[in-house]
Design a protein around this ligand. Structure first.
Ligand SMILES: NC(=O)c1ccc[n+]([C@@H]2O[C@H](COP(=O)([O-])OP(=O)(O)OC[C@H]3O[C@@H](n4cnc5c(N)ncnc54)[C@H](OP(=O)(O)O)[C@@H]3O)[C@@H](O)[C@H]2O)c1
Length: 232
């Protein structure tokens, strides 16, 4: 990738590591790092700014402030609030909170940033999760999180179909980062097998390598940290 790269959710474990990884890539002229807690500032190749992905006006304002047309947008926001073990635990407000952040948030970023992406090869990527795969779901549980990520994967597929008509080199993907040692996964790390808990730096490096190698035929898919497409 080259030119302007945008990371939404740059205060997060994986988002922060993606910013570091992109700053280490000399092909990237400016890294735009957006997060709820950030003010606007510029230091060298790093431009920081505020965004709340659940507030459309905030997403639109962040899009207006972009310093150029990005060839890469990565949405690294997300949350796992309600790891329901059974349907008996379903709570409508909690379900909607997951959907607002994990599905509507990236969709709003797409709505306001896709029209501003650079012509030619460009990538719009949203961090999803393998547990959002319907075909891969054998364990059950985590209803709200799984459903919100499955819906995100559908939004990404729709984006891919729609943009391909006018911009065949604009690739839209969902990405599975693996299990990564961040605030999000910390309460759930006990069952993770030895060697399967990635550092944010490792996950970010893998995801950036996957993004570099993406082909237009993979647009609309969920691609994992190892480059393998996750079943829908
Ligand atoms: N860690 C894993 O094992 C794992 C596995 C599979 C998928 N993922 C996915 O990877 C993504 C990143 O997760 P992570 O592990 O890096 O988690 P994290 O460290 O908890 O980061 C989550 C990020 O989302 C941001 N965020 C939350 N609500 C927001 C809002 N309304 N507007 C803007 N930003 C908001 C947080 O910002 P604040 O700092 O302001 O709260 C933070 O930057 C998520 O989509 C997650 O589902 C993670």
């Amino acid at each position: 990738m080259s030119g302007v790269a945008v990371v939404v959710g740059a205060s997060g474990g994986i988002g922060g590591a993606l910013v570091e990884g992109l700053l280490g890539d000399e092909r990237i002229s400016t890294v735009v790092a957006l997060a709820r807690s950030f003010g606007s500032s510029v230091a060298g190749r790093l431009a920081r700014g505020p965004i709340d992905v659940t507030d459309e006006a905030s997403v639109a304002a962040a899009a207006e402030r972009l310093p150029g047309l990005p060839s890469l947008v990565i949405v690294a926001t997300g949350g796992l609030f309600e790891p329901e073990k059974t349907y008996r635990a379903l709570d409508p407000a909690a379900m909607l909170r997951s959907y607002a952040l994990n599905t509507v948030g990236p969709a709003l970023v797409a709505k306001h940033l896709l029209p501003r992406m650079a012509p030619g090869r460009a990538v719009f990527a949203a961090l999803s999760a393998r547990v959002g795969s319907i075909g891969d779901n054998r364990a059950g549980g985590w209803h709200s999180y799984r459903a919100s990520k499955a819906a995100l994967n559908m939004i990404v597929r729709n984006l891919a179909i729609e943009v391909a008509r006018k911009s065949p080199e604009l690739i839209c993907v969902a990405l599975h980062p693996g299990t990564v040692d961040t605030a999000l996964s910390r309460p759930f790390q006990r069952g993770v097998a030895e060697g399967k808990l990635f550092t944010p730096a490792f996950a970010a490096a893998r995801l950036l390598a996957v993004i570099d190698g993406l082909q237009p035929a993979q647009s609309g898919c969920q691609v994992a940290w190892d480059g393998v497409v996750v079943p829908p």
